[in-house]
Design a protein around this ligand. Structure first.
Ligand code: SF4
Length: 394
């Protein structure tokens, strides 16, 4: 086990422990009470014209989404940015790993800006490079590493994607995780006890995909806890496993519970439960439909008026869907408020500050992946793009 201190980074990259938020804004942030914020954002965006392209993740606040040139999931947004080479500045209203992916996929001349560096992702932070390298060493000592192909979910840091690139692995999204796993297993046809996948960092997406889409048994999966020797497994368990699930999860989707599914089914006639595969296996087993954010949006858009839905994904998106589809009965699949707190750190004051800084000639909060990491991460991303069939939507 590494002796390196590996705290989670819920407060974002470049954390300053003396600051309550983790990362202080390095400039003069306008007060949230400024009545002119909307007008200031509009004016700054207009002044920048084609030079700026604003990306808005589906889970982002309405006050920010209104200024997005395009909305989508992380992978779609990164590709949209790459398709706009004339945009010198990509302002990414999302979280840190998304801005990294955009930097990897866009031209070197384009600069990616994250309006608040404190917008991290707790799931991505659950798999740190030093921990994953320790795990790889332990798998080597256990004599199984030659049978293992690492696959990482898009929701991971650039250095984890690069690790997968270096070790013959790939990236996947929630839409193509099954195709990526099939591909990964096929990479080790001669493995004595069967090929294995090390799935990073979301154990729920990995388990739901392996068991519900690919027909593995729950017993074929083990969980790798980076804080325990051998991830908390015996060598025999590692030899027998087909899927090694990194012990990470999304703090938003992990909150939905099977009990609430039962309660809503009892209280809303004909309700259909529609959830994201980052939810726990228990919740996904009880759902009617499971899919990515794009799948959730399309399903609701295509549903007949009068349909009833209980949706298990981030609350900003569910609220927007409910507002756009008053002809349907849309309920949130949790009793409490459940926003992605780090994504929500990108608010209007930060967006105004980032845009006005650019107007004034100052580039702030530029996210830049180092060239070696970028090259290796691109290898893993390209393997995903080369997967057969299927959209790569997140
Ligand atoms: S919703 Fe979950 S996976 Fe997505 S950014 Fe927030 S914490 Fe990360």
């Amino acid at each position: 086990m590494s002796t390196v201190d590996l705290p989670l980074l819920p407060l974002g990259r470049g954390t300053d422990p003396s600051s309550e938020r983790g990362v202080e804004c390095p400039g003069d942030l306008p007060p949230a009470s400024d009545p002119d914020l909307v007008e200031r954002a509009r004016a700054a965006k207009e002044a920048l014209g084609e030079k700026v392209f604003v990306l808005g993740h589906h889970y982002q606040r309405d006050e920010v989404i209104q200024f997005a040139d395009v909305t989508g999931d992380s992978f779609k947004l990164a590709r949209d940015a790459a398709a706009r080479p004339e945009a010198e500045y990509i302002v990414f209203c999302g979280v840190h790993f998304m801005a990294e992916s955009a930097d990897i996929l866009t031209a070197p001349t384009q600069k990616v800006i994250l309006p608040d560096l404190a917008a991290g992702c707790s799931m991505a932070d659950m798999a740190r490079l030093a921990q994953v390298e320790d795990a790889w060493d332990a798998l080597t000592d256990a004599g199984v590493v030659d049978a293992v192909v690492p696959v990482t979910y898009m929701n991971s840091s650039a250095d984890i994607k690069a690790f997968c690139g270096r070790h013959g692995g790939a990236v996947c999204t929630s839409s193509n995780a099954d195709v990526a796993l099939e591909w990964a297993f096929a990479q080790k046809p001669d493995a004595e006890d069967g090929a294995k996948v090390l799935f990073l960092p979301d154990q729920h997406l990995g388990r739901n995909t392996a068991v519900l889409k690919m027909g593995f048994e729950l017993d074929d999966c083990v969980v790798w806890d980076p804080r325990r020797p051998n991830g908390g497994n015996t060598v025999e368990e590692l030899r027998a496993a087909r899927v090694i699930l990194w012990k990470g999860h999304c703090s938003v989707h992990g909150r939905f519970s099977a009990d609430v599914v039962d309660e809503l089914r009892a209280s809303i006639p004909d309700v259909q439960i529609l959830v994201h595969p980052e939810c726990t296996h228990e919740v996904v087993l009880k759902a009617d439909l499971v899919g990515s954010t794009e799948f959730i949006i399309k399903t609701v858009e295509a549903a007949p008026p009068g349909s009833s839905w209980a949706i298990g994904t981030e609350l900003n998106l569910v609220k927007r869907l409910a507002a756009r589809h008053p002809e349907q009965n849309i309920t949130f699949l949790d009793k409490t408020v459940c926003y992605c707190s780090t994504m929500n750190r990108i608010d209007l004051p930060h967006l105004v500050w980032a845009l006005e800084s650019l107007v004034g000639g100052t580039e702030v909060n530029v996210i830049e992946v180092d060239p070696e990491t970028e090259e290796q991460a691109k290898v893993a991303l390209q393997r995903m793009l080369d997967l057969p069939g299927r959209s790569h939507r997140d």
